[in-house]
Write a protein that binds this ligand. Structure first.
Ligand SMILES: *Cc1c(COP(=O)(O)O)cnc(C)c1O
Length: 416
């Protein structure tokens, strides 16, 4: 490895490097597609992480909800270690003894017939888009190459070229054209606009039941129910992107559960890998997912034994309802701690389960500035937009931890 000064850096010296050197190395040798807070983490346990200087922080980002079960949950680490000693990769050219139990239990959890495992969330979204188009042509009878899919303004579904083709965020799109055709955008939360956008060539509606990256935007009560009704009436697939909102974050297994709505296709990711490996999947019934035939879709790593073992353990952990309950309880503590900040630097607060966003007074400071100050107070969070910060602690956090979080935010706002 080359250091910025030109000397080589061996494994021993890496441990001894101070935070500034680590940050320099990353600045020099990693692409500049992120602007992380100046915190260099070395160890994580539960809801807490420790930096290279031994300072502890409460992790209120939780890997964008990939760490719903916290850092290094003992059950997940034990399952991963056991699998590492047996078999890690087969490719789907062969069976493994881990895939069957995983997809059977995930199908049961989702109430769907079948699972298609992939790795990243974006691949899960791509899989849902492909299955919808194929279903449109082969089952619904849409004219060749005419399929369209309705998407939502303010969405975040990942970073592939097709997915950013229907992003409404200029930063995510700039310089990446030409874009994939076949998508039309409507305002999020507006069921009438959605109904008006659908025509005979519409095969699917893709939405997040709560928009995460947009700043934990919760649609009006009844919206998901209307979307479900419209999709059923128009014979259009409803795709619920639950990559961030799903798997206990909102206090239910899926955010769609809050309205008792069942989409035709669930997309899962992030927490499905237990914070250890990337695991994503879609779940759908046979009348939809069986349009996939051998050779029509796949992934070298999708459903690999290590991923399947982790996903299987995650499904088992979700089946008890314990983490969903923790999320509800944490959410109450978050609300109680954060509501007093309204009018004191905070102009809006949104909470659903253990997922919250604060809009801060733009005259006071930016979200990035607030997060920088919070880190100095021992709490890590991330700005969602210029004036919004998002809070998503691991679901193993305690009521006391939520007190620490609220105090750090109050102190950081007061310092302004
Ligand atoms: C994070 C996210 C994705 C993309 O997941 P990656 O693993 O980063 O590809 C897709 N949809 C939603 C709602 C997400 O939050």
């Amino acid at each position: 490895m080359q250091s910025p000064s030109g000397g080589s850096v061996d494994a021993q010296t890496i441990e001894a490097l101070d935070a500034a050197r680590h940050i320099d190395l990353v600045h020099e040798h990693a692409a500049h597609n992120y602007s992380p807070l100046p915190v260099v983490l070395a160890v994580g346990e539960g809801a807490w992480v420790t930096d290279v200087a031994g300072r502890r922080y409460l992790d209120c980002l939780a890997g964008y909800s990939a760490l719903n079960f916290g850092h290094r949950h003992p059950r997940l680490v034990a399952r991963a270690k056991a699998q590492l000693d047996r078999l890690t990769l087969t490719s789907r050219a062969f069976h493994s003894d881990q895939l069957g139990p995983f997809v059977a239990d995930l199908a049961r959890l989702t109430g769907k017939d079948r699972i298609l495992p992939m790795n990243t969330g974006a691949e899960g979204v791509e899989t849902a888009l492909k299955v919808s188009r194929r279903w449109g042509y082969e089952v619904k009878g849409v004219a060749p190459e005419q399929a369209n899919i309705v998407t939502m303004a303010g969405n975040f579904h990942g970073r592939t070229t097709t997915i950013i083709s229907f992003s409404t965020d200029p930063d995510a799109r700039h310089g990446y054209g030409p874009f994939t055709p076949g998508f039309r955008s409507v305002p999020y939360g507006d069921a009438d606009a959605l109904a008006a956008a659908i025509d005979e060539n519409t095969v699917a509606v893709l939405l997040e039941p709560i928009q995460g990256e947009a700043g934990v935007i919760i649609p009006p009560q009844g919206y998901l129910t209307r979307v479900r009704e419209i999709c059923t009436q128009q014979r259009v697939l409803m795709i619920g992107d639950e990559v961030q909102s799903g798997l206990a974050r909102t206090g239910r297994t899926f955010a769609c559960d809050h309205e008792g709505v069942v989409p035709d296709i669930y997309i899962m990711g992030k927490a499905l890998g237990g914070g250890i490996a990337p695991v994503s999947a879609i779940a759908a019934d046979a009348d939809v997912i069986d349009v996939f035939t051998p050779g029509s879709h796949g992934s070298t790593f999708g459903g690999n034994p290590l991923a399947a073992a982790l996903g299987h353990e995650v499904v088992a952990m979700l089946s008890t309802g314990e983490f969903q309950e923790n999320a509800r309880r944490l959410g109450e503590h978050m609300r109680a701690g954060l509501e007093p900040l309204l009018g004191h630097g905070v102009i809006a607060l949104r909470v659903r389960g253990a997922w919250a966003a604060l809009d801060i007074d733009p005259a006071l400071m930016t979200g990035y500035e607030l997060c920088t100050r919070m880190a100095q107070h021992g709490v890590l969070a991330k700005d969602a937009h210029t004036s919004t910060i998002r809070l998503a602690p691991p679901l193993v956090a305690t009521a006391d931890d939520m007190g620490v979080m609220a105090q750090a935010i109050a102190d950081s706002l007061r310092a302004a």
